[in-house]
Write a protein that binds this ligand. Structure first.
Ligand SMILES: NC(=O)c1ccc[n+]([C@@H]2O[C@H](COP(=O)([O-])OP(=O)(O)OC[C@H]3O[C@@H](n4cnc5c(N)ncnc54)[C@H](O)[C@@H]3O)[C@@H](O)[C@H]2O)c1
Length: 438
């Protein structure tokens, strides 16, 4: 997303000056794609250990960090120390020590870190923010957020590094950072006390064996018998998958298509969290990663009413027998359940419910990707009344809920987020974003 934005879509406003990755093959793939696809000059490449040299030689204004989650803090800290601003993919990082290193580095250097919470820009999400800001539900008191990942998208987290908690923080950090950020964004506050339960109940060898299912391959590509497996993922079927992953295995050791019913999965697939916020809001949240359909239901109840948002993102549909045999899986384009569509309803405390019109949008992540890229890349953007651009404090606040939830799962006890990291110490003079309404 960012390579194309910097080298093609917004090339009049940006100049892509270098790549850094652990895989030379992956960087070569992108250089070739930029050159052949849209005549962009090849940019210099640097292996991970040469990051500081890249900064010295290419002199960027901004570093975009989109590497494996557990490595984000390293690049953020080095970038700001070397005088660059940072645009970082979510999650900002995966544990409280690394989050503290980031916050300390930003405090020390005064550089700017933006965390790319693209969901904030999805029109339905902004609509909910608008309803809360307008005061129509009064003071928000309670939030219910149910999120389901289907057996296509959800399963993908169990095929690669995300399935190892020390690399991704687990889904309560890697994935739920988006969801917790939305709650923070909607209610204008940060979590304080967190209690959680979580388990691996569907993926993994033991769960499959308990259901009488046995999949004897470690990975899917070229595995005999995998063609009939609805979870199979064939890296040969798309040129991009081949170029970025299969051809880069030799120099990175990164296997992209591991069996979701294999060993050594250290993350949960079934999670429930309750949290109390600084402003008193109570959150009830659930996430499953193996649902037949994907989407969300979000409800915010306040002193004067309630808003409900329902989104159906689609199921995991295998299109036909030929696709099945090729291991091709498809996420449905639209609702294949009659009558199911996205909707938002405002319920005044006393009065008739009103269906709210969700603005149309197109593009990745419900239209959020285009809007966030415009705000990041185009000059002279108008002031955003919704304060959607998230900073390092917002990035920390959303992962701290997940990190606290992980701790609660380990200990069986509620966790006070301030015992992990006290954000108050870092809320300096540049109060903005969600904090403006906290
Ligand atoms: N905002 C969103 O909706 C969204 C969507 C997808 C991914 N993401 C985030 O983007 C990031 C990348 O995700 P992805 O799906 O492209 O993953 P990916 O595994 O395809 O890419 C990760 C890249 O990081 C590289 N890498 C691994 N270790 C490294 C190291 N030590 N130093 C430098 N590079 C290293 C890998 O070689 C690979 O090129 C993740 O943090 C993910 O959470 C965000």
């Amino acid at each position: 997303m960012f390579i194309e934005a910097a080298s093609k879509t917004y090339v009049r406003h940006a100049d892509l000056v270098g790549f850094c990755d652990i895989s030379q093959a992956r960087m070569n793939y992108w250089n070739q794609r930029m050159r052949e696809g849209y005549s962009h000059p090849v940019v210099p490449t640097y292996l991970a250990g040469q990051f500081d040299r890249m900064i010295t030689e290419t002199q960027p204004d901004v570093v975009i960090v989109a590497s494996m989650d557990s490595t984000h803090h390293h690049y953020i800290v080095h970038s700001v120390e070397l005088g660059c601003d940072v645009i970082c993919e979510k999650p900002m990082t995966i544990d409280e020590q690394k989050a503290k290193a980031v916050l300390d580095a930003v405090a020390r250097t005064g550089r700017k870190v933006t965390v790319t919470f693209n969901y904030r820009y999805v029109p339905s999400v902004t609509l909910v923010r608008d309803m809360v800001m307008s005061g129509r539900i009064g003071t928000p008191l309670a939030v219910d957020l149910m999120w389901t990942l289907n057996t296509s998208h959800g399963a993908d987290y169990f095929r690669r590094w995300h399935r190892e908690k020390d690399k991704s923080g687990g889904l309560l950090v890697h994935k739920a950072t988006h969801h917790f950020d939305l709650v923070n964004f909607w209610v204008g506050s940060y979590p304080q006390t967190v209690f959680a339960m979580g388990d691996l109940k569907f993926y993994g060898r033991t769960n499959a064996a308990n259901r009488g299912e046995h999949y004897e391959y470690d990975r899917y590509t070229d595995a005999p018998g995998a063609g009939k497996d609805p979870f199979a993922f064939d890296l040969r079927r798309l040129e991009e998958l081949r170029g970025l992953y299969l051809d880069a295995e030799a120099d990175s050791g990164y296997i992209r298509d591991r069996n979701v019913f294999g060993d050594n999965i250290t993350i949960e697939d079934t999670m429930a969290v309750i949290a109390r916020y600084h402003n008193g809001v109570q959150l009830s949240y659930s996430l499953v990663a193996y649902s037949p359909w994907e989407g969300l239901r979000a409800c915010i109840t306040g002193t004067k009413g309630r808003i409900e948002l329902f989104e159906y993102h689609g199921s995991h549909v295998i299109v036909d027998e030929a696709d099945k045999q090729l291991g091709n899986e498809r996420r449905s384009e639209g609702p294949e359940v009659p009558g199911i569509g996205n909707f938002a309803v405002y319920y005044p405390m006393f009065g008739k419910p009103v269906e709210l019109k969700i603005p149309e949008a197109s593009g990745g992540h419900g239209g959020g990707d285009r809007l966030i890229l415009e705000q990041l890349f185009l000059p002279n953007q108008p002031a955003d009344r919704y304060c959607r651009q998230a900073d390092h404090i917002d990035g920390a606040a959303s992962i701290l809920l997940g990190i606290a939830a992980n701790r609660s799962i380990e200990t069986g006890q509620p966790v006070d987020v301030r015992q992990l990291l006290n954000l108050e110490e870092y809320r300096g003079k540049d109060v903005g974003g969600v904090r403006a309404s906290a």
